[in-house]
Design a protein around this ligand. Structure first.
Ligand code: BG6
Length: 494
């Protein structure tokens, strides 16, 4: 039976089981449980849907419900609205828990029996989504054991696997993981998740570009001087030292989020709005990126080595700045500068398309307002799409000033509801829509670009907390006669 849901969303199946491997881990605590709560609040969870938490910790169902309740009440920057008890009760009736070790085959038999029992009792668990919110070194055990129990087979319903970035730690390991996945699952069952693709502000780039004919003809080498992509955070690694110190900034957010941002901003128009057509265009960009190891700068914030679970001699980067080009006629010789880091001056994520300054500008030479136009996709905060323009400062004198033409989510007169990226991507998985998930080829193209940048990894330069990173990052762009743009907080404010 098809279940109609509120907010105009219709899921194709009446119900399903969501199995969260790693239900007591960081990802579940920070994002997944909150999103499930939100979906319950909005009536987006089918009536007989079951959520099965899986982790090593020995707990019964009641303990698990208490744990989820406690997690939902924790202070969480991603989830600030109050928890309503009646919504929690609605969520809690779907919650189940099974403890077990993911490398133990016996556990999967128990899990399968449990799911089958739930199905018999009227909660359809023949449709299954397995969410891997666990350590990558356990993945192979999960795949192999699901396979031995035939839990990967789509006999009576759909079986889908959600797997988070990073997929692998380099091209070789990503290929190995993709091959392993394809040994046990078909590509249509695999949902490789990069939560940036679930962000409303990223998805809107496609609508903006391909539904408004004014700008698109200018997105090329004739009009664009260069592109900048910034993902800066004013906070550090927090309690994630164990993970972060082995990975570093470039693999944490560069290999995935930032390259995808670039792909959305520069890809050609897909022939249609379908998963295949959209991913094909993203892939073309990713495959045409030019790795320039000598134009890569790494940084590490002062006192990073004192962070919890970090090697006191760690050389890992908490900042990077890179320069690249897209090898295509459209973007020939258009430099792209990408930077990201922790403990920087501001928390801001944006793509800036900096246009050329035409020599014929009538008011060229005045002391103010002679800056180029910049199209800014502001992913967060002050979300929006804005165009930096030059205007006449009102008054008797001829003075120019920079202003913004803006589309802002916060000033949305319709008060549209913006789903959390995880909510969006979980809903897409339920619907079987893979448009905003990565294919194996995309992930591998991303690594093909990143690997050469870290082959002979240069030293990470120390930088002051609260700065914009090491001076070497400034030198990288200044060598081309350009500057990093200071992200503005003057637009899209309430
Ligand atoms: C995660 C990284 O993938 O993305 C984090 O592991 C980073 O280090 C985060 O902070 C940024 O995501 P968002 O949605 O907060 O911009």
């Amino acid at each position: 039976m098809t279940q109609g849901l509120k907010n105009g969303n219709v899921l194709p199946m009446d119900s399903f089981a969501l199995v969260i491997f790693g239900a007591t881990g960081n990802l579940a605590q920070k994002y997944l449980l909150q999103v499930l709560y939100d979906m319950a609040e909005k009536g987006l969870l089918p009536e007989k849907m079951s959520i099965i938490g899986v982790a090593r910790k020995v707990m019964n169902n009641d303990d698990f419900k208490k744990y989820v309740h406690e997690v939902l009440h924790r202070r969480n920057l991603h989830h600030t609205h109050p928890i309503k008890e009646e919504v929690f009760e609605d969520l809690a009736k779907r919650l189940h828990y099974i403890d077990g070790h993911l490398d133990n085959p016996e556990f999967y038999k128990r899990l399968n029996d449990f799911l089958n029992k739930l199905t018999k009792s009227g909660n359809n668990c023949d449709n299954r989504i397995y969410y891997l919110a666990t350590y990558p070194d356990l993945y192979s055990h999960v795949f192999e054991n699901l396979n031995s129990q035939k839990m990967n087979k789509q006999t009576n319903g759909f079986v889908r696997l959600m797997i988070e970035k990073p997929i692998g730690t380099n091209l070789q390991s990503a290929r190995a993981l993709n091959n392993l996945l394809l040994k046990y699952f078909s590509e249509d069952q695999i949902y490789r998740l990069d939560h940036y693709l679930g962000k409303e502000t990223i998805q809107n780039i496609l609508t903006f570009r391909f539904s408004n004919d004014i700008f698109e003809p200018m997105i090329n080498k004739d009009y664009i001087d260069h592109i900048q992509i910034t993902a800066s955070e004013d906070f550090g690694i927090g309690s994630r030292g164990g993970y972060y110190d082995a990975v570093g900034a470039l693999k944490d957010v560069g290999q995935n989020h930032q390259l995808q941002m670039l792909a959305f901003a520069t890809m050609d128009c897909p022939v249609e709005f379908s998963s295949k057509a959209v991913t094909t265009q993203r892939l073309k960009i990713l495959q045409s990126l030019q790795p320039l190891a000598q134009k890569t700068v790494f940084g590490q914030y002062e006192d990073y080595r004192l962070e919890k679970n970090v090697d006191p001699k760690s050389e890992i980067e908490t900042f990077y700045a890179i320069k690249t080009y897209i090898k295509s006629e459209r973007f020939k010789n258009v430099p792209i500068y990408i930077r990201a880091g922790k403990k920087l001056k501001q928390t801001v994520t944006e793509i800036s398309i900096v246009f050329k300054n035409p020599p014929s500008r009538l008011f060229h030479g005045l002391t103010s307002g002679d800056e180029p136009n910049v199209l800014i996709y502001r992913i967060q905060p002050n979300e929006g799409i804005v165009l930096k323009i030059v205007t006449k400062k009102p008054g008797h004198k001829l003075e120019l000033e920079d202003e913004y033409m803006q589309f802002c989510y916060k000033l949305d007169p319709h008060s549209h509801y913006i789903p959390d990226p995880y909510e969006r991507l979980l809903t897409d998985t339920i619907r079987g829509d893979k448009t905003f998930f990565n294919t194996a080829e995309e992930v591998e193209a991303q690594w093909s670009f990143i690997d050469p940048l870290i082959k002979d990894k240069p030293k990470a330069h120390s930088y002051k907390q609260g700065s914009w990173g090491p001076k070497e990052a400034d030198e990288l762009i200044e060598a081309d006669g350009r500057k990093w743009l200071e992200p503005s907080m003057d637009f899209c404010r309430i």
